[in-house]
Design a protein around this ligand. Structure first.
Ligand SMILES: [Zn+2]
Ligand SMILES: [Zn+2]
Length: 285
């Protein structure tokens, strides 16, 4: 990453005419405002629209599109509802970790939509620091173990499935939950518990959303040399960095491709240096 040229870009950047409408029911504005304010954007929450229409973590409403489609739709809708040039969307999803594939992983996407120039800038942060979990418990002991692992009550829980008479979200009172489980467990064989992943109930998620906002601000702070659009940033890399010992090509990135999200302009930036022999198929098969 070329920090020096990014700094230059910040200096010659005009302040955007920038109200940013942010569609959120879950108090996320305070998480994203600061990094974007440094670029001249003022984030204004739009709380009149229920974002649950886009899908809920607890599956009362299923998400129909991908996380990218959903976050873009939210950003466009925000700009539309507020009649502002910029709209911001946020979308979290939970999957498996990118390394071994069995740890829960939090992926937080942000998207800034520019209505005037009709293009979007995306930013992603991800983290293994998540309490994402769900399952059935058949005893108080198992229930308490679940609560402790979920970092309850700092992080809220959901009791039951939608439709069950005891279904409740956003639970933060430990004594009340224990009392309710003590009454329910003798009647039901198993009770469903899950972590409430809505941002205002989940401090671990809040930290990752903050990180995504920093990434978004970084991407927005660089300008397209051709059309001046905000968000000229690294898009992908091409492998082939030469081995330091035998000069054959390795899977490590040889070229970083930077791309403008608004026009077709892109730049190929060669990676300096050579690949360590440990990455070489000949020297270290
Ligand atoms: Zn451009
Ligand atoms: Zn080699």
């Amino acid at each position: 990453m070329t920090t020096e040229s990014a700094d230059r870009d910040v200096q010659r950047m005009p302040l955007p005419d920038g109200r940013v409408a942010f569609l959120t029911c879950h108090d996320k504005t305070r998480l994203v405002s600061e990094p974007l304010a440094a670029l001249g954007f003022v984030v204004e929450p739009l709380t009149t629209y229920n974002t649950d229409h886009f899908g809920t973590f607890s599956r009362e409403v299923g998400r129909t599109g991908s996380a990218e489609d959903t976050v873009l739709a939210k950003a466009k809708l925000a700009a539309d509802l507020a009649s502002s040039r910029y709209g911001l969307g946020s979308e979290g999803s939970f999957g498996r970790d990118p390394h071994i594939g069995w740890m829960p992983w939090d992926y937080e996407l942000l998207c800034l939509w520019d209505t005037e120039r009709q293009y979007a800038v995306f930013a992603l942060a991800s983290s293994g620091a998540t309490n994402y979990a769900q399952g059935e418990v058949d005893s108080m002991q198992a229930a308490v173990l679940f609560m402790d692992k979920a970092q309850f009550p700092e992080h809220a829980l959901i009791l039951g499935h939608p439709g069950e008479p005891w279904f409740r979200k956003g639970i933060r009172e430990r004594d009340a939950l224990i009392e309710q489980l003590q009454a329910l467990l003798p009647q039901e064989l198993r009770i469903w518990l899950e972590t409430d992943m809505r941002a205002h109930f989940n401090p671990l998620r809040q930290a990752v959303i903050r990180e995504a906002a920093v990434v978004l601000a970084q991407r927005l702070s660089s300008h397209c040399p051709q059309c001046q659009a905000l968000g000229f940033a690294f898009a992908r890399s091409e492998p082939g960095l030469l081995c330091v010992d035998c000069e054959s090509s390795t899977p490590l990135a040889a070229v970083h491709i930077w791309q403008c999200p608004a026009c077709v302009y892109s730049e190929r930036r060669p990676v300096a240096g050579n690949a360590p022999a440990a990455h070489c198929g000949y020297c270290n098969p």
